[in-house]
Design a protein around this ligand. Structure first.
Ligand SMILES: [Zn+2]
Length: 383
């Protein structure tokens, strides 16, 4: 080989070594700085150091992805978007990597509330790469849930039928139909609401929400036999949700002129499966109407011995207060206000997935976004 070519190669090797070394030192310095901030709990500085030095990490897509994911989990959504968009802006990305980054970016958009962008990106990705179909559908489903676009949610979820978590998908579809039915009832389109209710039953026959919804509809239309039939399905579906139906049930028996012994028998039968104080109190009211305060108080007291609850105690005090006199009456008033104060701030429902608590029943947990995960709380301060 010519000597000048050898010299040229020698100089090039030295220059390349120097450049690589310099680049590596800079990359190492930026990473070190970022890590030092992280260790010192200076999260903002850590993120700034890592994001600011992206140029030096330009060959390492995995590092970018990890950083983007970290930022999203920390709620730094604007920065997560910057990181993921910066990877996508590179010309030399292979298709597999591009799709990998796109799904992350769609998740950033979703969490940041940029729903149009999240929807467009996830739909495009599902079309281009079947491997990401499930992940993309999950994103679009979350979007339609947030936008309360129930028909779109139903259509999207049906594309997921047959895959993993079949039971969860059916449960979600059943609730989408229930949501749709509630919207239709509000607009007065009862025929369409009935179609939606039958769609809900078709996907999860044991969903107690469907029975509650259908019973309300039947009662409003004066179809008492049908309302009663639907309500009597509840103990088999989920007996803990019978308390949600107590008002409807009483109304159905009264307006339909049904035998009240049958009403009491139904509730007594429920009490063999659940210890719900709401059911005990509904029965106590019925005893009071027939036999008076004393019999109702005895009935509540017998249940409180087995299953003590503040709400039961409150009702028991109420039944005694009217018949008490003088200092006893005053003391019972004080006791009642104590019981009221103890019950007042207590949540009635809890999500079994994330522990979110509230006073009203949410079929869709506002915190973890699971369907059917919120249940009545039992125990001294609850049911
Ligand atoms: Zn939850």
């Amino acid at each position: 080989m010519e000597s000048w070519i050898l010299w040229l190669l020698f100089v090039f090797a030295i220059a390349a070594g120097w450049w690589l070394g310099r680049r590596e030192r800079k990359q190492s310095r930026s990473l070190e700085l970022g890590l030092r901030h992280l260790l010192n709990d200076q999260h903002d500085q850590a993120v700034a150091a890592l994001v600011g030095e992206l140029e030096f990490l330009s060959d390492n897509v995995e590092t970018h992805l990890a950083l983007g994911g970290l930022l999203r989990r920390r709620g730094e959504l604007a920065k997560a978007v910057v990181v993921h968009e910066s990877i996508l802006s590179r010309a030399r990305l292979d298709t597999k990597t591009r799709h990998q980054v796109q799904i992350e970016l769609a998740r950033d958009y979703l969490q940041a509330g940029l729903l149009d962008r999240a929807e467009a990106l996830s739909i495009q990705l599902a079309r281009e790469n079947p491997r990401y179909q499930t992940d993309s559908l999950k994103i679009t489903l979350s979007i339609y849930e947030q936008e309360r676009e129930w028909q779109k949610a139903i259509d999207t979820a049906k594309l997921m039928v047959g895959g993993e978590n079949q039971e969860q998908i059916d449960e979600a579809i059943s609730h989408y139909y229930c949501e749709q039915a509630e919207q239709l009832i509000e607009t007065g389109d009862i025929a369409a609401a009935r179609v939606a209710i039958s769609g809900a039953t078709g996907h999860l026959a044991k969903n107690p929400r469907v029975s509650l919804l259908q019973a309300r509809l039947e009662l409003d239309e004066g179809r008492f036999e049908q309302a009663l039939k639907v309500l009597k399905r509840l103990p088999e579906q989920d007996v803990d949700f019978v308390p949600e139906a107590l008002v409807l049930l009483k109304k159905t028996y009264q307006l339909g002129g049904f035998d009240l012994d049958d009403y009491r028998g139904f509730l007594e039968n429920c009490l063999t499966k659940t210890s719900s104080i709401s059911i005990v109190l509904a029965l106590a009211e019925s005893v009071k109407e027939e036999q008076g305060d004393e019999a109702a108080a005895k009935y509540i007291a017998s249940h409180l011995k087995k299953n003590p609850t503040l709400r039961g105690l409150r009702q028991l005090i109420d039944l005694h207060v009217e018949n008490a006199h003088g200092i006893s009456k005053q003391n019972l008033y004080i006791l009642r206000s104590f019981a009221d104060a103890l019950v007042a701030d207590k949540p009635a429902y809890r999500c079994i997935e994330c522990g979110f608590e509230g006073k009203r029943l949410n079929w869709h947990c506002p915190s973890c976004k699971k369907w059917s995960s919120t249940r009545p709380i039992f125990g001294l301060e609850g049911e």
